[in-house]
Design a protein around this ligand. Structure first.
Ligand SMILES: [Zn+2]
Length: 336
């Protein structure tokens, strides 16, 4: 009963290794946020400690405790659950020393110790070197699972000690189907959530549980449409707001730019006659109408502008300037 959506190749590899008793001592799960890295790691920890024949059963005491985060032999280190918070903290050497000590002791209540390091790119240099020692002299009955969005930010020596599994975003249609079949989400809603999540089902599931997520997205898109129609004063005002938001919560601003990109990509798809592929399916008529007001090249150029602005924000160059330019670049309507 593996709960991760998609990722058939990684799941079957882990299943086979479990069956053959040939698990690696350390795994590195690489993939974008919400793609399913933590779910897969928890499922592996459950499978290693499950008391039933079909592992993980999700029903036995061990499986339940691991899911609830109360199993003494399974620990999650690192990133706070709430990724919206401003800056993620580094994982320090003291945390890893404690892990090292705990890994040297036998399992306490289960069969196998599992340490999940979430956001492994945030290991400080000292912490990474300390972890490396543990990975070089693996204990029996101990498995490390490192999760990261970008393994190029890890020490190559750490990466080389782990078996690397890449978790790629799912095709939207596959994700939508899984949301309907496994999670009983209504098809139209499943398609919308799958599109907005960019193939990362964790986001879609969170949005299905919490209405606020979709509402926030609706507000962002409404604002986007207003800004497109606004004059320069309104646009620069918006850029200033975004810039000040960026200092408090970068993630939120990256998400806004993702929505802009989605929207303009939708306009492009409509222009290209592929309207059935758009992301914002709950805004079909608005998008059709909007697409009619622009030339194809205008839309293409503006998509490039959004990409460029996002890139500049990530490089932390003059944020306000990047956002002002993004506003200046909004193409004028009515020149078809
Ligand atoms: Zn179980």
């Amino acid at each position: 009963m593996w709960q991760v959506i998609g990722q058939a190749r990684s799941v079957s590899l882990l299943q086979q290794s479990l069956k053959a008793g040939k698990l690696a001592h350390a795994y590195l799960l690489v993939g974008p946020p919400h793609v399913g890295k933590m779910t897969l790691a928890i499922n592996l920890a459950q499978a290693l400690n499950c008391e039933a024949d079909e592992k993980p059963c999700l029903e036995c005491n061990a499986c339940k405790k691991i899911a609830a985060g109360t199993h003494a032999d399974v620990r999650v280190i690192g990133m706070e659950q709430n990724e919206d918070e401003a800056e993620a903290k580094l994982i320090g050497i003291d945390q890893i020393k404690e892990v090292q000590h705990s890994a040297s002791l036998p399992p306490f209540e289960g069969r196998h110790k599992v340490f999940i390091i979430d956001g492994a790119e945030l290991l400080s240099a000292d912490a990474a070197n300390c972890l490396l020692k543990t990975l070089e002299e693996p204990e029996a009955k101990v498995t490390f699972i490192l999760l990261t969005t970008n393994d190029r930010l890890l020490l190559p020596t750490v990466v080389s000690r782990c078996q690397r599994l890449e978790l790629a975003p799912l095709p939207v249609s596959e994700e939508a189907r899984a949301l309907v079949e496994d999670r009983k989400i209504e098809p139209e809603r499943a398609r919308l959530l799958a599109g907005l999540s960019h193939g990362c089902p964790g986001w879609a599931l969170a949005a299905a549980r919490d209405e606020n997520t979709l509402q926030r997205r609706n507000e962002e898109v409404n604002r986007l449409v207003e800004v497109i129609k606004a004059d320069y004063v309104g646009r620069f005002d918006y850029a200033a707001q975004l810039a000040s938001r960026f200092t408090q919560n970068r993630g939120a601003v990256y998400e806004v730019l993702e929505r802009w990109l989605d929207y303009w990509r939708d306009l492009l798809l409509v222009k290209l006659g592929a309207a059935d592929m758009i992301t914002n399916i709950d805004r079909r008529s608005e998008i059709n109408e909007m697409a009619g007001g622009y030339r194809l090249t205008q839309i293409k150029d503006y998509i490039e502008s959004i990409r460029r602005a996002a890139e500049q924000l990530r490089q932390n160059v003059n944020v306000r300037l990047a956002l002002d330019v993004l506003m200046l670049d909004i193409p004028s309507k009515g020149v078809v």
